[in-house]
Design a protein around this ligand. Sequence first.
Ligand code: CIZ
Length: 330
Amino acid sequence: MPVTLTIQPAMPEVHEDPLDLMDEIERLKVEKDAVLLAHFYVDGEIQDIADFTGDSLKLARDAVTVTKSTIVFAGVHFMAESAKILNPTKTVLIPDLLAGCSLADSCPADKLAAYQKQLRAEGHDFQTVAYINTTAAVKSLCDWIVTSGNAREIIERVPADKEILFVPDQHLGRYLSEVTGRPMILWPGSCMVHEIFSIQDLLRAKKNNPGSIVLAHPECPKPILDLSDIIGGTERMRKYVASVEKPTTFLVATEANMIHPLAKLAPQHTYIPVPGIMASDGTTCACNRCPHMARNTLQKVRDCLKTGQPEIVWQPYFADARDVLTHSLL
Ligand code: CIZ
């Protein structure tokens, strides 16, 4: 299935002192009765002033505990959308409405609905399990939502007599199928950041760092996972590094901002981001940074608090997505 990804470059911002911006954000949070949630993949300076940081699972659970009237979600669109779905009466703001997700883009709701219809017509008796990196419209067509933090547990809840259609990440689906022993029909999507790690560079980094431990996200393709020691989502990575006392070198195959919370939690270690593939001029590209997550800046966090925009507005199909998100995550 052809996938078209268009990423508009973020507008350059006038430089403002980060410390002043942080002070202003703190003041506005109080003034606007707001709380800031930040994903581990956004810049460290935003994580540092957030009230809650985490992966999608933790942030979705944190979002329902919020007592303030406004949630600012520094992450990508599907995450802010999930926060709104779980908190219909709250105002949910996202610093940049264009912060999307290549995985969510790879699985449009109309194409999924057509494929489900085709599978049913072919006699398949299945349930659809969606990775949380999907739009609310897609979630409303699914039976279960998984995150990197709860995927195995949810797959075990799918009735054994049902086939599983897993969308949209083929690499995560293949990995889950392997660890749970459940055959899956896989949607051919993938994450632009995790797909691009360089096997050659990982092998070189391992050779240059004897005794290092490779942490890889299950969104990575199999050849990278086969070279890894610990496979898991960002919360699993955090738990693992915290459990190792001896100073160790970790080679990290996920979005490069993840090194910030790892180093904060377990500063005794050395963390090296696994680079993306080489560009044709021989330089390594910055592919291990998600361009969508990078749209979140301190200035945009400040601006959305100030103006109350952009806001995630409730849509009629959020109601179905709410049922599936609630029974899967909460
Ligand atoms: O679950 C999430 O938040 C994602 C997209 C990755 C991770 O492992 O945290």
